[in-house]
Ligand binder design. Structure first.
Ligand code: ATP
Length: 365
């Protein structure tokens, strides 16, 4: 059993006397066998978090536990963790077999036959059994990535750590490897922490995702929870592609006014907002509808600025007459033909909107 627990984990770096808070008081309980994805923009502290778990970086304060054992002071080699990096970090002078065997030679006292057996079994799992006698420079990027993964699984660790392992692959291979990695992780049932800046990767791979911004954990949730119930405006804007549209509005009784909108709220929603007046209204592009006529208070006259045909869907960039900001985006079915410059009616149904406190960013609906 290997639960992995971060309890108030904090990392400070010193930068010529200035303190950089790379990770601030992060607490996550990662269940045995869980696939947790750490995601966030560049510089948010993902790699530092992973490196603290690996033991490659000291922890300034807080506690890190594997199972029941506090491992803050335990050396990386003694943590029963295998790490896969973005650069595959294969030894160029060694064959694939030697690369995969190397970690075992360092950390176990298995016989050569036993080690070879484990290497061959891991190679079969990764579909690289016919590459065992090659050197890394005789392999494609995808094959090198498989070797790096094979080298991790051969050690049969309690925890897998992966830092952007697919980012050097082309888009098609990346998407194939994503599925393969997920299947592999399910089969091996090993607790895994996976770092990426790519929200699509996070959404499709994680049992849960931990979203970081500026060293601070914003939300730990299943991908669907983060999508439907973002904790705050940052998560709402980070999860989903195209991103959620935001309108800065002021509350006037049961209406939200601003950014070209005059939006009627039901009494039920208005009540929930208590006395907050400065709000951000969010709507996902896929929740915007195009209707024939304006018949209800959530319908708005807009002009189509740009049409992006995606095949099965169209991304429409829509302009409201009294809004200075960039057009907002609606994703609608691909069957209907739209033209740039067309005046249409966009519906923003109340049940789909998100509301945030503009000062704190906290989600209110
Ligand atoms: P990326 O996706 O770009 O790799 P990240 O989310 O992994 O970014 P980190 O590499 O963890 O971010 O960095 C978090 C913060 O800590 C950044 O501000 C970074 O500049 C800083 N940082 C990281 N390592 C060090 C270091 N050794 N010394 C000083 N500051 C550091």
């Amino acid at each position: 059993m290997a639960n992995l627990t971060l309890d108030g984990v904090t990392k400070h770096f010193d930068d010529d006397g200035d303190t950089i808070v790379a990770v601030d008081d992060a607490s996550i309980d990662i269940r045995d066998g869980e696939f947790l994805v750490l995601v966030g923009p560049s510089g948010c502290g993902k790699s530092t978090t992973l490196r603290m778990v690996a033991g490659l970086e000291t922890i300034t304060s807080g506690e890190l536990r594997i199972g029941d054992e506090v491992v803050n002071g335990v050396k990386p080699a003694d943590r029963d963790i295998a790490m896969v990096f973005q650069s595959y970090a294969l030894y160029p002078h060694m064959t694939v077999r030697e690369n995969m065997r190397f970690g075992l030679e360092e950390s176990t006292d298995l016989s050569m036959d036993e080690m070879n057996e484990r290497v061959e079994s891991a190679a079969a799992t990764m579909g690289i059994d016919d590459l065992l006698e090659r050197k890394p420079d005789e392999l494609s990027g995808g094959q090198q990535q498989r070797v790096a993964l094979g080298r991790a699984i051969v050690r049969d660790p309690e925890v897998f750590l992966m830092d952007e392992p697919l980012s050097n692959l082309d888009a098609k291979l990346r998407s194939t490897m994503r599925t393969e990695l997920q299947r592999l992780q399910e089969d091996l049932d090993v607790t895994t922490v996976y770092v990426t800046h790519d929200q699509t990767e996070a959404m499709t791979m994680g049992d849960r995702i931990a979203i970081l911004d500026d060293g601070i954990l914003q939300q730990v949730a299943t991908p669907l929870e983060a999508y439907h119930k973002p904790a705050n405006r940052f998560v709402a804007g980070f999860v989903g592609d195209p991103s959620m549209n935001f309108f800065e509005v002021e509350r006037e009784g049961d209406r939200l006014v601003g950014d070209g909108l005059d939006y009627d709220l039901s009494a039920e929603t208005a009540e929930r907002l208590s006395d907050t007046t400065d709000l951000t209204l969010g709507v996902r592009p896929e929740d915007v509808e195009i209707v024939d006529e304006a018949t209800e208070p959530h319908d708005f006259h807009v002009t189509i600025d740009v049409v992006e045909p995606m095949g099965n869907e169209n991304n429409l960039y829509l302009e409201l007459a009294e809004r200075d900001a960039e057009p907002f985006v609606g994703v609608v079915g691909g069957q209907r033909l739209f033209h740039e410059g067309d005046d249409v009616v966009a519906r923003i149904p109340e049940e789909t909107i998100h509301l945030f406190d503009r000062q704190t960013g906290e989600a209110l609906k």
